[in-house]
Design a protein around this ligand. Structure first.
Ligand code: MD6
Ligand code: FE
Length: 217
């Protein structure tokens, strides 16, 4: 048994090289929210367009040296926010510490994220099945932090048509994936209105925020 299975009883392997760390982000919550508020003022959430001219249902922004963007010319990483023509806000220490410690807990050493994509989902918003493959180095994992109301995460295989598993992600849950799972198809089912007030967050209300950390450049 490895050291972290004793220290982290809430670590679940969901697939080869992919882990769910239940509640891992909860101790970071006060710092994350304070830092997030500053970022959102500087680089507001916005709905981006796809190449095909549809707008993504989640609203997005970024912090870090690079940001994930999509518009009529496609999606890519860009150092500038096209809304402000300024660099994205720097990645706060709290964000970095959360991402790096989650990576270590899942067995990925030396993860140094240069992008944090911030997704906000309101009830009804979701994200279709996709692969994350715009990053240069697929040996680096992705760290995904869920905040706010629960979502159903779809997790498939290396082919779009492969069978998907469904995973409930709750406030504070962190998914870390890399290695053999790095290029697996995944998505978010359209969010349902919460059925209990217990999952309605005092700050986020009935929204979900997802932070995904990557090393893109
Ligand atoms: C989301 N997440 O949870 C969207 N990608 O809102 C992702 O697309 C994602 O959670 C790569 C790795 C983990 C993820
Ligand atoms: Fe993704």
């Amino acid at each position: 048994m490895d050291l972290f299975s004793t220290i982290l009883p809430n670590k679940q392997e969901i697939s080869k090289d992919a882990y769910l760390l239940k509640g891992f982000a909860l101790v970071y919550e006060p710092a994350l929210f304070a830092d997030l508020a500053v970022i959102l003022k500087q680089a507001p959430l916005r709905q981006m367009m796809t190449k095909m001219g549809f707008s993504l249902s989640a609203s997005m922004t970024n912090c870090g040296a690079l940001g994930w963007v999509s518009d009529r010319s496609g999606y890519r990483y860009d150092a500038l926010d096209s809304l402000t023509n300024q660099p994205w806000p720097a990645m706060p220490v709290s964000f970095k510490q959360l991402a790096e410690s989650a990576a270590i807990a899942a067995g990925f050493k030396n993860f140094q994220p240069d992008v944090c994509l911030i997704n906000q989902y309101k009830v009804g918003a979701g994200m279709g099945l996709h692969q994350d493959k715009n990053e240069l180095d697929f040996s680096q994992p992705i760290i995904s932090v869920s905040l706010g109301i629960p979502a159903v995460f779809l997790f498939g295989g290396l082919q779009r048509n492969d069978k998907t598993m469904k995973l409930q992600l709750y406030h504070g849950d962190v998914v870390v994936w890399g290695g053999e799972s790095r290029l697996k198809f995944h998505g978010i089912m359209p969010l349902k209105a919460p059925v209990t007030l217990k999952v309605v967050h005092p700050v986020l209300d009935t929204a979900r925020i997802n932070l995904t950390f990557r090393k893109a450049g």
